[in-house]
Design a protein around this ligand. Structure first.
Ligand code: NDP
Length: 416
C-alpha cells in the first residue's frame, strides 16, 4: 500500500474523506484551487491588489493526550511538513505527547504616566475593583454572557508609571479585540477618577502561562542510518544543553520550533505575529534568551519538554471568514482553544526533535536540499510535468539555480 506522501493530491484528499476526517464539501474546497471570494479578500485588508496563495500540507498522526490528530500547515518552506511528520512518528514510539494547557487568559495594560500622586492612584484603583469590573462588563456584555470577561485587576507603580493589568477570559476567541474594547473603556473610567487620560490602553501579547508538552521516547526510535539510538539521543541532549548557554543556538532552535507552530497558526486563520511575539518574549523571560524546548536522556529514554504560551482562538478574528481555517479545525478535531493550544505545543516539540536529530545526524542540508529541489525547479521556470522531471534530475548533483536552468534548457531542447 502506498504511503500518504506517495499518493496524488486528489488521492490524499479522498483518503481523508474516506477516513471521515473531511466532508465532500471540504474536499471540493481543497481541490477547487479557488482563491478567496473577492468580497472576503477586500474586507480582510486595506488597499487590496491581489491574493497570495501558499501551499497547505498535512502532519499525520500527531498523537496528543492519547488521541491522534492530523494538523494542516501553511507555509513556503518545503522541509517543515516532512520534519513534522518525522517528529510525530518518533513521538508515537513513546506513546505520543502529553500536554497540559493553562486557563486561556489575555491581559491588557492601562498605563498612566507622571501622575501627581501615583501611590494615591494605586490605592484608589485597588479600592474600586468592583466598579472596574462593572465597566468591563458594560464594555463587552456578550463575553460575560458566554461565561468570560474581566477576571482580575492588578495595580503596580513602575517608576513614573502606574500600570493597571486587566486579566480577561476571552472564552473561545483569541481575545485581542475583546480585551482592547474592555481596556479602552476601563481606561476612560480610570482617567475620569485620576483627572488624566491613560497613556495607553491595550492588550499584551505576553503571557507567562505557558502550555507545557512532554514526550518520553525510547532511544531506539531516534536511531539514524549511521548511528544507534543511544548515541543520537545523547547528541540531541547535548545540543539542548548547549542551547541553554548560547543565544546563537537558542534562537535557531526556537525558529525551528516555530516552523510548525507558525504554519499551523496560519492554517487555523490565527494571528501568527501574536504567537511569535509571545513565544520569543517567553523565551527571554529570565532576562536571557533561552530555548523553548529541552531534551535529556535517562534510562534509555529521550525526554523532551516544551513550554510556550499560545494566544489562539477558534472563533472571531479572521477565522470565520477563511473557510480553509474552519476546514483545518475540523481536520485536526479542534473544537476549543485548549485543543488548538495542545496540538500546536505538541507540534513545536516534535518539530524540534526532528530538526535537532537531523542536525546531529546527517545534517540539515541533506533533507532540506532534497525538498528544496522542487522549489528550485519552479524558480528556474519549469512548468507542468517539467517540474517533476527537473526535480528528479536535480536530486543528483549541485542544487543551484544555474544548474536547474541549464537542465531545463536541455530538457526543452530534447523535446523539440
Ligand atoms: P473578535 O473581535 O472577532 O471577537 C471574537 C468574537 O467572537 C466575539 O465578539 C464573539 O461575539 C464571537 N464569539 C462567538 N462565539 C464565541 C465564544 N465561544 N467565545 C468567545 N467569543 C465568541 O476577535 P478577538 O477579540 O479574538 O480578536 C482577534 C483578532 O484581533 C485577530 O484578528 C487579531 O489579529 C486581531 N488583533 C490582534 C492584536 C494583537 O495581537 N496585538 C491587536 C489588535 C487586533 P459575540 O459578540 O457574539 O460574543
Amino acid at each position: 500500500m502506498r504511503k500518504f506522501y506517495q499518493l496524488t493530491r486528489a488521492e490524499r484528499v479522498q483518503a481523508l474523506v474516506d477516513a471521515g476526517l473531511l466532508s465532500t464539501a471540504d474536499a471540493h474546497l481543497l481541490l477547487a484551487d479557488a482563491p478567496l471570494p473577492q468580497a472576503t479578500a477586500e474586507h480582510l485588508t486595506e488597499n487590496q491588489i491581489g491574493q497570495f496563495p501558499l501551499p497547505m500540507g498535512l502532519v499525520r498522526g500527531l498523537r496528543v493526550n492519547g488521541l491522534t490528530h492530523d494538523v494542516a500547515l501553511v507555509g513556503e518552506e518545503p522541509s517543515v511538513v516532512a520534519a513534522a511528520n518525522n517528529g510525530a512518528r518518533m513521538a508515537r514510539a513513546g506513546g505520543g505527547v502529553t500536554v497540559q494547557v493553562p486557563p486561556h487568559r489575555v491581559a491588557a495594560e492601562v498605563v498612566f504616566a507622571d501622575l501627581a500622586e501615583p501611590e494615591a492612584a494605586v490605592r484608589l484603583i485597588e479600592a474600586q475593583v468592583a466598579d472596574i469590573k462593572a465597566a468591563a462588563a458594560a464594555a463587552h456584555p456578550s463575553i460575560v454572557r458566554r461565561g468570560g470577561g474581566l477576571q482580575a485587576v492588578h495595580v503596580q507603580q513602575r517608576q513614573q508609571f502606574v500600570k493597571v493589568t486587566l486579566v480577561v477570559d476571552p472564552q473561545q476567541a483569541m481575545g485581542a479585540n475583546i480585551v482592547n474594547t474592555i481596556a479602552e473603556r476601563v481606561g476612560r473610567l480610570l482617567g475620569s477618577w485620576l483627572h488624566q487620560p491613560p497613556l495607553i490602553s491595550i492588550l499584551s501579547n505576553y503571557s507567562d502561562d505557558a502550555v507545557i508538552a512532554t514526550v518520553a521516547i525510547p532511544v531506539n526510535a531516534v536511531a539514524t542510518r549511521h548511528a544507534d539510538g543511544a548515541t543520537v539521543a545523547r547528541l540531541i541532549a547535548r545540543t539542548s544543553d548547549f542551547a541553554m548557554i548560547d543565544i546563537d543556538r537558542a534562537t535557531t532552535n526556537n525558529k525551528g520550533v516555530m516552523n510548525g507552530i507558525a504554519a499551523a497558526t496560519i492554517a487555523l486563520g490565527n494571528d501568527y505575529r501574536a504567537v511569535e511575539a509571545g513565544a520569543h518574549a517567553y523565551a527571554a523571560r529570565s532576562g536571557r534568551y533561552l530555548p523553548l524546548t529541552q531534551w535529556r536522556v535517562a534510562d534509555d529514554t529521550l525526554h523532551g519538554k516544551i513550554a510556550v504560551p499560545l494566544q489562539l482562538g477558534v472563533v472571531g478574528g479572521a477565522v470565520g471568514a477563511l473557510h480553509r481555517a474552519g476546514l483545518a479545525q475540523r481536520l485536526a478535531g479542534i473544537k476549543t482553544v485548549a485543543d488548538a493550544q495542545a496540538l500546536l505545543a505538541a507540534l513545536g516539540l516534535v518539530q524540534n526533535l526532528a530538526a535537532v536529530r537531523a542536525l546531529v545526524g546527517p545534517g540539515i542540508q541533506a533533507g532540506h536540499m532534497h525538498l528544496q529541489a522542487g522549489a528550485l525547479a519552479v524558480a528556474a521556470g519549469a512548468t507542468g510535468d517539467e517540474v517533476a522531471r527537473l526535480t528528479q534530475q536535480l536530486q543528483a548533483g549541485d542544487k543551484t539555480l544555474a544548474r536547474a536552468q541549464h537542465l531545463l534548457a536541455l530538457m526543452r531542447q530534447e523535446r523539440h
